[in-house]
Design a protein around this ligand. Sequence first.
Ligand code: GCO
Length: 449
Amino acid sequence: MGFSKDFIWGGASAAYQVEGAYNEDGKGMNIWDVYSRVPGHVKYTETGDVACDHYHRYKEDIALFKEIGLKYYRFSISWTRVMPDGIGKINEKGIQFYSNLIDELLKAGIEPMVTIHHWDYPYELYKKGGWMNDESPKWFEEYTKVLVDAFSDRVKYWITINEPQCIIGCGYWGGHHAPFQKYSNRELILMSHNLLLAHGRAVKCLREHAKINPIVSFAPTGPSFVPEDNKPETIEEARRKTMNMSHGLYFSNTWWSDPVYLGKYPDEAYEIFGEDMITPSKEDMELISQPLDYYATNIYYSEKSRPQYTYETNAYQGAPRTTMNWRVTEEVMYWSPKFLYERYGLPILISENGIASMDWVDRHGKVCDPNREDYIARYVSHLMKAADEGIPIMGYLYWSVMDNYEWSEGYDKRFGLIYVDYLTQKRTIKESGYWYKKLIESNGELAYE
Ligand code: GCO
């Protein structure tokens, strides 16, 4: 059976991770601009000030995406590039940049997919309380409307918010992403609710105002568990843990996806949070659960499920691991879409999957990265297994199109299909990039070779 003929093959990136030009042409500051430069936050105190300089080199980059045969490119808009203060004033030069980017993609035959918000929250809004402020859903709607007016004549695919798990979980709970805070449950719950309302308002705005019929989702991640054997009770346990808040709280699948797709917070949230939990109104839940067209999800590895995985990184001594220290667990590409489809009932888009590996330009000028090729082949073949069993799989987007700024890891981790030499900004398509082209041409069959 395999993947459908119109399978979405592509790659992804995010504004702060690739664009650079952090203070050019009227862009305002965001929380990553402000807090990445505070010592102790990011490895070597590296910032996204320059990153891959994609802001200036997007044409060259799109030519490379074309060479790799990407059919779709998922990128995010920098909120403060188009609205320096987050609300109010619009920066025409910022709008122009994305407009040019979209035109260039379309010219190259690559379909743009826009992520409205991928973590680079406006600093001016953060000063007003950010997601703690009950006005924040309206701010997000105002921003969305600006994008819809400017780009929805050419953009069909929209993702409202990338990984709410990380926005709240990493930014305000674990404190290892901007703004590097640690808030209380009471606050985290309020922020989560505002963030979900923002998502709902954005969906409504897209449906009401987009010029071409929008295809909309949001892009959560979440813990995935893989059963150790095929016994029904083992499978049930993996399913339960994947859809369970006690494995991750703000990182869990259900805390975010139940409200969005099922219109209610998980029952266990009321038990876990007790009096800190909110009692949301019916109107709020209706707004949050606007119907979506598909279920986008970012999947990298399965959680620790065997007692002998003693490391935090869910690996045992000597296990296959990426340079992120994430274990290579390709079965997750079968089980996670299966569990998510069973619960939420929508076609699945893998909006991110990829590997950071130890890449360099070799003495012949090539970047040989057989690990990446093997990783993608393993993961894609398991995804195809899910498709073969009748789970509607819409597509696969590799993270990332090019090496970039890996948040608190700085530039240390290379996820790209394109190698970026940060000293010269020279790009080199990695061998895996050429292989990915063939994988796309074979509609995934090459993963079985
Ligand atoms: C995420 C983000 C990306 C990351 C990637 C690798 O999923 O964390 O969407 O911005 O760079 O996942 O960690």
